[in-house]
Write a protein that binds this ligand. Structure first.
Ligand code: DX5
Ligand code: ZN
Length: 224
């Protein structure tokens, strides 16, 4: 399983979003991370369906959709229609319906007729025990390495142990579940977090502050 860098457009320059997407693709990115925030589940509001719809036609990158919203199951079909390839929701947003939401996401098709990939995310304070029962059905588990809601924060060191423990569980169970991390990833810590077992790595500021193409190429090289 090769490691994947997922540039987060939350940190992109929206005046030139199309150019920024081309830059990360030219730098070797295969994923693009969408941080959808509703101002309720997290204190910020970011962007939603219109932005995804407007850029779907200009790139073939995998749209890795991170829903930081209340009751996420309400919107999975909308985001599938707008071009999502994967949808990740927070277990804290609707714990009672987590398995149903995973199955709902996987029942949907992307623009190529392929099943959407389903992810479930945990905040830094949520133990991995909350998602272990879902690991066999989820395609990916996102371990937040910052408190969701804002880009440009510092990685919370304790979350690295959560990644390590989750990777050990997935391996012991013989699962091929992806483990994603998101928040505070830099050139200085990306190799460690990959070494702990994350294989999908979100980076916003570290990619889009400066030369997005060169930053993407360098970070991709560091995760091997
Ligand atoms: C937090 C967001 C951010 C973003 C990445 O809710 O999910 O973590 O993707 O931000 P950086 O890489 O700038 O910390
Ligand atoms: Zn995110």
């Amino acid at each position: 399983m090769s490691n994947i860098l997922a540039p987060s457009i939350l940190a992109a320059d929206f005046k030139i979003l199309g150019d920024q997407i081309k830059a990360v693709a030219d730098g070797g990115a295969t994923y693009l991370h969408f941080d959808v925030m509703d101002g309720m589940f997290v204190p910020s509001i970011s962007f939603g369906m219109p932005v995804m719809t407007s850029i779907r036609g200009c790139t073939d990158l995998f749209f890795d959709t991170h829903l930081m919203i209340e009751k996420p199951d309400r919107y999975v079909e909308e985001f599938a229609k707008c071009g999502a390839d994967g949808i990740t929701f927070h277990i804290e947003a609707d714990p009672a319906n987590a398995l149903q939401t995973i199955r709902h996401i996987k029942s949907l098709k992307n623009r190529n007729g392929e099943p959407l990939r389903a992810g479930v995310s945990i905040k830094p304070a949520t133990p991995i025990a909350a998602v272990l029962p879902l690991a066999a059905e989820a395609d990916m588990i996102l371990v937040m390495t910052v408190e969701p809601g804002f880009g440009g924060q510092k990685l919370i060191p304790e979350t690295i142990d959560k990644v390590r423990a989750l990777r050990a569980f997935v391996t012991a169970e013989g699962l091929d579940t992806d483990i994603e991390v998101d928040g505070g990833i830099t050139e200085g810590n990306i190799a460690d977090i990959a070494g702990a077992g994350a294989n999908v790595i979100v980076a916003g500021s570290a990619v889009f502050r400066g030369d997005a193409k060169a930053n993407t190429a360098r970070l991709t090289e560091l995760i091997g």
